[in-house]
Design a binder for this molecule. Sequence first.
Ligand code: MG
Length: 169
Amino acid sequence: MLHKNVVKLLNEQVNKELFSAYLYLDMANYYAKEGLNGFENWFKIQAMEERDHAMLFRQYLLNNGHEVKFTAIADPSRDYKNHKEPLTGALEHEHYVTDSIHAIYTEAVAVKDYRTMQFLDWFVKEQGEEEMNAEDNIRKYELAGERALFMLDHAFAGRSYSAPSLELD
Ligand code: MG
């Protein structure tokens, strides 16, 4: 069994990851509406990864004999005014998720929960990659600009889904 403070934060993280999936799917909807199907593809795959993260937190709780509690997922819809806004929104959101993962880690350290620290190590690394990808997308957008956006759209169409390297069963 894990410490109740850690369990509470892990449960909340399931919701945050599902919200992330919802948020990125909403961004995919925006790009679909704009006719940028490569951007849509990139965010649709991002949403799948976030769902995978939620599944991992859920499974970790269950594997440690804890109940998984679901709460309502917030409305993710935003009024995007241009093609760059979802990209900067995604980076902001990943900073928020990184802080959230770090807060669970801090609590695990406080209660000497070494198992959870080890589980979270994968997510600490993953967040580094998520932030790097989000920054990279902004940089690519700035380089391409609106006039060459179709080239970037073509590149984003090439992103394919792969399951997370961390597996729990
Ligand atoms: Mg995530």
